[in-house]
Design a protein around this ligand. Structure first.
Ligand code: HEM
Length: 139
């Protein structure tokens, strides 16, 4: 790993690399449009409301904060514990993989630096896996 890849964890660097609110809005639009289109994702698309307007806004706001930008989700909706919140949905390996597939393909078409694409995918795997684990009855 090159030294500059460590920088994404610092301050607002990730938020800037993602193109700030506009860039993250584009990412989330691509993510949810993949969820609509990919047959592998129908299992998770069905968990969502038909109208994705609010889902898009919530994920966009959440990712802004996660990437070190303004904490728009907390400002608008208050705090959330993601694993707890997602317990209401049945999320196992297939569902986690479907979510990550939509996200990976959404990231791949953004005008981000290659090193940031790699970082972002790895960064989002962490909560995705935590959500799956929390859902599991094996723990
Ligand atoms: C592991 C696979 C995942 C599945 C199957 C999944 C599924 C869902 C579903 C069905 C909703 C409800 C949508 C709605 O009511 O609008 C939701 C909401 C949400 N998800 Fe996920 N999700 C996953 C992973 C993630 C990850 C990794 C993140 C963050 C990086 C995330 C962030 C959110 C947020 C912020 C909300 C909105 C919560 C709210 O209603 O306030 N999800 N997710």
């Amino acid at each position: 790993m090159q030294m500059n890849e460590y920088r994404y964890g610092n301050g607002m660097n990730s938020y800037r690399a993602a193109g700030e609110l506009t860039g993250i809005t584009n990412l989330v639009d691509a993510f949810y449009s993949n969820m609509d289109d990919f047959p592998e994702a129908s299992v998770i698309r069905n968990m969502h409301p038909e109208d994705l307007t609010e889902s898009r806004k919530k994920l966009t706001f959440f990712l802004c904060g996660l990437l070190g930008g303004p904490r728009l989700y907390i400002e608008h909706y208050g705090g959330v514990n993601l694993p707890d919140f997602h317990r209401q949905f049945p999320i196992g390996n297939d569902e986690r993989d479907a979510w990550m597939l939509c996200m990976q393909r959404a990231i791949s078409v953004q005008p981000y630096e290659a090193s940031f694409k790699e970082y972002l995918l790895a960064r989002l795997w962490i909560p995705a896996e935590r959500i799956r684990l929390f859902n599991s009855t094996d723990i």
